[in-house]
Ligand binder design. Structure first.
Ligand code: PDD
Length: 284
């Protein structure tokens, strides 16, 4: 079955030439995106994703191309037309099509693209044994809280990580504190068993998975401390893990080639993975 994309009002084969050359997403990366997980045909934590989408759009003064209810119908219809129940649903909204000029065009309709892919969750062995990350300087812009399609620095970091044999890269700021991963949020567990992660702010994307996992941690009686942590602290941590819509709660068992504690996922990471999996099969 060929994959189907929604592009500005039409459902088309994914390979169809559908985006105009002067789309501002293409020429300026002038747009935002979301990745929503479908589990058993249900879009997980959809309201939280749409809230973040609206925040990102507002920050860039791009209007919603349609009502929220209509957008949900498009997402569900694209999922259905692809015949998938467990999938990653990608949606992108950009400022629309106009002759190339940095200034915002007047009276331009925003573009909406939706694609669906089979879910690519981590392999069982990665969840059971954890993955490695390397650390690199964070070279991104100063509004990482906006889920912008402008991902060049993330792409370059992820590629460098892959070439070093690592699943993810943890980025650090000028003070040596970890901001987040190239496409995920970053956490450690300290010697006292506290879960430590960077607080929300312009240096990180407020992950939907992050919000859910912190709620689950607090409900499980795990102390959560939202403060920056250094790369040196991460090297000495008892546990480390990352979260994202597609990576779930993924234990990190090596940082910069050094094992985290005994090199196996710790109890906090395992408990949160279990609770998060329960959440996604049950929650709206
Ligand atoms: N990435 N930080 C960054 C830089 C991200 O790109 C992502 C998500 C996250 C985690 O956000 P969430 O929990 O809402 O997925 C944090 C998506 C999945 C992507 O780019 O594919």
């Amino acid at each position: 079955m060929s994959r189907i994309a929604y592009v500005n009002g039409r459902y088309l084969p994914i390979s169809a030439p559908a985006v105009p050359v002067e789309d501002r997403g293409l020429q300026f990366a002038d747009g935002v995106y979301e990745v929503v997980k479908a589990v058993d045909g249900r879009l997980c934590d959809l309201d939280r994703h749409l809230d973040r989408l609206e925040r990102s759009l507002n920050a860039l003064a791009i209007p919603m191309p349609m009502t929220r209810a209509a957008l949900v119908r498009v997402l569900c219809q694209t999922l259905r037309r692809n015949g998938l129940k467990n999938a990653g649903v990608y949606l992108q909204i950009d400022r629309g099509v106009a002759p190339r000029n940095h200034l915002f065009p007047k009276n331009t309709r925003p573009s909406l693209i939706v694609t669906v892919r089979r879910a690519s969750f981590p392999k069982a062995v990665e969840l059971a044994q954890g993955v490695g990350v390397i650390t690199l300087p964070d070279q991104r812009w100063k509004r990482c809280d906006i889920k912008s399609v402008s991902l060049l620095a993330n792409v370059l970091a992820k590629q460098q990580g892959a070439e070093a044999g690592c699943r993810e890269v943890w980025l650090y700021d000028a003070e040596g504190c970890v901001t987040e991963g190239s496409s995920s949020n970053a956490y450690i567990v300290d010697q006292a068993g506290r879960l430590v992660t960077r607080p929300l702010g312009p240096e990180i994307l407020g992950g939907v998975t992050r919000t859910v996992v912190l709620e689950l941690a607090r409900a499980a009686g795990i102390e959560v401390v939202e403060r920056p942590f250094t790369v040196a602290e991460a090297h000495e941590a008892c546990e480390a893990f990352l979260t994202s819509t597609s990576s779930l709660v993924l234990p990190v068992t090596a940082i910069d080639g050094r094992p985290v504690a005994n090199g196996m996922p710790g109890s906090v990471s395992r408990e949160l993975l279990q609770r998060y999996c329960a959440h996604i099969v049950s929650a709206k």
